[in-house]
Design a protein around this ligand. Structure first.
Ligand SMILES: [Zn+2]
Length: 349
């Protein structure tokens, strides 16, 4: 058995990010304990590493954690224990190593965790992130896993490197946008808005909507019993062109651009967007529309143009327009309380 290093840590400071009016409330307090126990359980408690000298991983359970440490093989912070990474310290999780947190982990302001390519951080318990978490490898946030705090989770490569089934309230920094064949991606997430477009011929092979999104629509219907009619899915560049020009004939241009996209700039051309139910703001007040707003993230969608975010998205509130992101990223966006543009750190127009 290990001896524990005990220290007090402040409660997690809760980020007070400005969300739009339809976004969920952030918790106002953190329930984690004040006591920190600095310990890592060994994969094999009886082996020779179980002494006071530095082991292969560089982590010693029976001394205080100080300076940089490197995890090179599987390690676990056991239930009931909390590991603290202090100011000036870095915990590296190397290629091939799985670092599992069943208890808790606190990264203080100025401290950091760096998950290197091939390394994994699996969170079953709570992380208080007041420092930095740099993700070059994999992060699994399990059902009971939770990240809080005023620190920053930096995604170096792709949002596919995160599997979030729990909660992440920490601020996330996305990778820089990358353009490929005229399409812009941020950490693997395709972005289309008033600033970013797709080519004329993009999506011609897509059909109504991509398969994963359609399957999840069927699942939403099955789980709820709601009809949730698919009013509009994929629209080609030229269909969008006709539609936009038609609206401009019957309405003021300044109004039109708030509800209709110019050709090449519609999310409907990506096969990732669907209009469901009724194309009216009142949809949110129906049982079906209200359910969609509150639950679509569990099925991999976000309400793309939230209420009160007109200046941030460039579009009027559309409680019927959902955007497919996949379950993990949809949860992250939902937890952030931000628009997709704010979450990805890109301009909307
Ligand atoms: Zn739409």
């Amino acid at each position: 058995m290990k001896k524990f290093f005990i220290a007090a840590v402040p409660l997690a400071a809760v980020l007070a990010l400005g969300g739009c009016s339809s976004t969920p409330e952030r918790p106002t307090s953190d329930t984690s304990s004040l006591i920190v126990i600095n310990s890592l359980s060994e994969p094999n408690a009886s082996d020779s590493r179980n002494n006071s000298s530095s082991d292969a991983s560089g982590v010693q359970a029976n001394v205080s954690f100080s300076g940089d440490r490197v995890i090179t093989e599987n390690r676990t912070v056991a239930e009931g224990q909390v590991l603290t990474v202090r100011n000036g310290e870095t915990l590296y999780i190397n290629d091939g190593a799985e670092f599992t947190v069943d208890g808790g982990i606190a990264v203080e302001n100025g401290g950091s965790i760096k998950v290197r390519s091939g390394g994994s951080l699996l969170l079953n318990g709570k992380m208080t992130l007041d420092g930095g978490l740099e993700l070059g490898g994999f992060l699994g946030i399990r059902e009971k896993g939770e990240i809080n705090g005023a620190g920053l989770l930096t995604v170096l490569n792709s949002f596919d490197d995160i599997d979030c089934k729990g909660t992440c309230k920490a601020k996330i920094k996305a990778p820089e946008p990358v353009e490929k064949d005229g399409v812009t991606y941020v950490g693997g997430v395709l972005i289309v808005n008033k600033k970013y477009s797709v080519p004329e011929d993009y999506g011609e092979e897509l059909g109504l909507v991509i398969d994963e999104a359609y399957d999840q629509l069927l699942k939403m219907r099955e789980d709820t019993g709601f009809d949730m009619p698919l009013v509009s899915g994929y629209r080609s560049y030229w269909t969008q062109d006709d539609l936009f020009n038609y609206y401009c004939e019957i309405d003021d241009y300044d109004k039109v651009v708030m509800y209709s996209a110019e050709p090449g700039h519609s999310e409907h051309q990506t096969g990732l967007a669907m209009d469901l139910g009724q194309i009216t703001e009142d949809y949110v007040n129906t049982e079906e529309g209200g359910w969609l707003t509150d639950n679509c993230h569990k099925y991999g969608f976000i309400i793309r143009y939230p209420k009160g975010c007109e200046k941030k998205t460039g579009y009027d509130y559309e409680p019927w327009h959902v955007r497919w992101l996949g379950e993990s990223t949809a949860r992250l966006v939902r937890d952030s309380g931000l628009t997709l543009e704010e979450f990805l750190g890109v301009e909307a127009m």
